[in-house]
Design a protein around this ligand. Structure first.
Ligand code: HEC
Ligand code: HEC
Ligand code: HEC
Length: 105
C-alpha cells in the first residue's frame, strides 16, 4: 500500500513540475563565463517551434534541471549542446555572435 501511495505521489509530482516547467515560463541564467551571463530564454525557443525532446534527450541535456551539464565553447563549436542548433543553419552561429548569448553586466 505504501508503495502505491508513493507511486501516485511521484506521478503527481512529475506531472505538475512538467506542467509548470513549460520553458515559456523560464529564463535560465548561465553566469559562469568571463564573457558575461548567458540568458537562455524558453519562450524564444518554444516560439521557434522546438519540442522538449529536441534538447532534453540523452545526447544533449538529459535532465530537466539546471547545472547538470557543463557547457563549454569547445563543445558548442564542435556542434554539441547549444551548438547542435547554433551553427548558422538551424539558428545563428555561435562563433560570430558572442554577444547574442553573452551579455556583459
Ligand atoms: C532549446 C533547448 C531546450 C528546449 C526546447 C527545452 N529545454 Fe528545458 N532546458 C534546456 C537547458 C539547456 C536546460 C539546463 C540544463 C542544464 O543546465 O543541465 C534546461 C532546463 C530545464 C528545466 C530546469 C530548470 C531549472 O530551473 O533548473 C526544466 C524544468 C525544463 N528545462 C523543462 C523543459 C520542458 C518541459 C520543455 C518542453 C516544453 C523544455 N524544457 C524544452 C534546454 C531546453
Ligand atoms: C534545438 C535547437 C536549439 C538549441 C539546442 C539551442 N537553441 Fe538557441 N535558438 C534556437 C532557435 C531556432 C532560435 C531562434 C532563431 C535564431 O535566433 O537564430 C534560438 C535563439 C536563441 C537566442 C536568441 C534569443 C533572442 O533574444 O533573440 C539565444 C540567446 C539562444 N538561442 C541561446 C541558446 C543557448 C545558450 C543554448 C544552449 C543552452 C541554446 N540556445 C540551444 C535553437 C536552439
Ligand atoms: C549560443 C549561445 C552562445 C554563443 C553564441 C557564445 N557562447 Fe560562450 N557560452 C555559452 C554558454 C551557455 C556557456 C556556459 C556558461 C556557464 O556555464 O555559465 C558559455 C561559456 C563560455 C566561456 C567559458 C567556458 C569556456 O568554454 O571557456 C567562454 C570563455 C565563452 N563562452 C566565450 C564565448 C565567445 C568568445 C563567443 C563568441 C566567439 C561565445 N562564447 C559565443 C553560450 C554561448
Amino acid at each position: 500500500m505504501r508503495k502505491v501511495i508513493f507511486l501516485i505521489a511521484a506521478t503527481l509530482f512529475l506531472s505538475s513540475t512538467a506542467a509548470l516547467a513549460v520553458p515559456g515560463d523560464k529564463t535560465l541564467a548561465f553566469d559562469k563565463s568571463p564573457m558575461g551571463v548567458v540568458k537562455f530564454d524558453g519562450t524564444v525557443h518554444k516560439d521557434a517551434g522546438l519540442k522538449c525532446k529536441d534538447c532534453h534527450n540523452p545526447e544533449m541535456f538529459p535532465k530537466m534541471k539546471q547545472g547538470t551539464v557543463k557547457i563549454t565553447m569547445d563543445e558548442i563549436y564542435a556542434g554539441k549542446l547549444c551548438g547542435v542548433c547554433h551553427n548558422g543553419k538551424r539558428a545563428f552561429e555561435a562563433k560570430s555572435n558572442c554577444n547574442r548569448c553573452h551579455v556583459k553586466k
